[in-house]
Design a protein around this ligand. Sequence first.
Ligand SMILES: [Cu+2]
Length: 372
Amino acid sequence: MKLNRYAIYILVGAIFIAIGVIVGLTVRVFPVAASAEAVAVDSLFNFMLAIAVVIFLIVEGGIIYSIIRFRRRPGDETDGAPIHGNTALEITWTAIPAVIVFVLAIYSYQVYLTIRNPEPKDNEVRIGVIGQQFAWKFVYEMPEDNDPNVTPELRERIKQYMIDSTLYVPLNRPVRALIESQDVIHSFYIPEFRIKQDATPGRVSEAYFTPIEKGEWWVVCAELCGVGHAAMSQINRVVVLEQSEFDQYIAQLYAKAKETASDPRSPEVGKQLIMNKYACGACHILDDAGLVGNIGPSLNGIATRAEGHAERGEGLVGGTDAAAYIRGSIVNPNLYLVPGYAAGIMPQNYGNPNVMSEDDLEAIVNYLLTIR
Ligand SMILES: [Cu+2]
């Protein structure tokens, strides 16, 4: 039986397309799709993958077929046929990719619009995301408070403590992340949500996502931002909560912030700040606070060492006691360098009150003075 040449083309084409569709529908190269945007991104990716598989099979299949079918036979010393140009073929291989590119452009633009939709939504949650060397911190909006003792001035102070090192988001509600950096460029990336947005010093960028699955994942930094960049991707978690759990969390955070605002320099506040607001844990070990960083010296026993430095007058700022050494180490880290460590690794901007307020600094100093 001799099959018509065109029938063979159609048969082979149908097989290739079937393989492409199967690969597009079954192969999963990404982690779980935990946001509505992730589902849209994955559909687009799998659609492109299916097309790419078909093209791959046609091109590689054509090469392998030609290598075998048109190979040089023993004794064949002739030249190949002088073929040049084939208008029909050239029009086809220009037209088909043009159509593919056009379809992909429209489809991707639609996906892009769903991901980057800046329209404010009524039920959206706004959360501040701040990049710092080398951890993220998350700033939450304050709930209503009818307490008559909370003056606008006090409320302003409480607001400073609505900060956590974990990103809590409610299930099935759109989240608008307002992203900033306090030092260099970082990039806010949650692979399971398929969102990535640079955090650029001096401007606020936005990212949107709607979590659709409960769970807990890493918040990653996707921009090389210094020695602790790699560590920065395994410090902060994103946790998707039910709405009721989220409300409960915000209420708790607010209650704690209120307490902190009434005694902002206590050692306990300093411990919380080190754990939740500043990135000390990316570089320092401190057993009492569960810090495990290994870029800088261990802070265990720092109060005892600080007394020795104070006696020798090393690296003191704002006094002559152990507190002055610890304060100096934070706001002017190059004044005295711990032997074996280079200048410029410890963040140089903690002396800037916009980065670390006076209250926060004193709370941290008071806390470290308890670490003997
Ligand atoms: Cu970073």
